[in-house]
Design a protein around this ligand. Structure first.
Ligand SMILES: [Zn+2]
Length: 54
């Protein structure tokens, strides 16, 4: 399997973006950018929802 290893900007863990996923394509197009791992982005999404719901 082909994948990129990307460092999460939040938890600094390496996570994998497997070929064929949206994340893989994103990283291919933006090799110098960093993003959050799925865990962190899920957490942030939940936090945002909590705030939204008040
Ligand atoms: Zn993370």
């Amino acid at each position: 399997m082909i994948y990129y290893e990307i460092e999460c900007i939040t938890c600094k863990q390496l996570y994998k973006a497997a070929e064929g996923t949206a994340l893989y394509r994103w990283y291919k197009e933006h090799p110098n950018e960093r993003t959050m791992c799925p865990d962190c982005s899920q957490k942030i999404e939940k936090e945002a929802q909590k705030q939204f719901l008040g």
